[in-house]
Design a protein around this ligand. Structure first.
Ligand code: SF4
Length: 57
């Protein structure tokens, strides 16, 4: 998988995480909110997240 240096990410549990570097490997991601009104970063989520199947992290 190619590293997308434009998308930094520390979610190593995701199957799209680059592994060696703190980046995503997707060409683009979708970021959404998990509250009806978002006022802080904690209210946002990467909706492209998919958990690793082998869970080797
Ligand atoms: S899909 Fe989202 S959570 Fe997964 S590696 Fe990419 S940016 Fe991170």
């Amino acid at each position: 998988m190619d590293v997308n240096s434009s998308i930094g990410c520390s979610v190593t549990e995701c199957q799209y995480h680059a592994g060696k570097s703190q980046h995503c490997t997707l060409d683009k991601i979708m970021v959404g909110k998990n509250e009806s009104y978002t006022s802080q970063s904690e209210d946002t989520d990467c909706e492209s997240f998919k958990v690793k199947e082998n869970k080797t992290y």
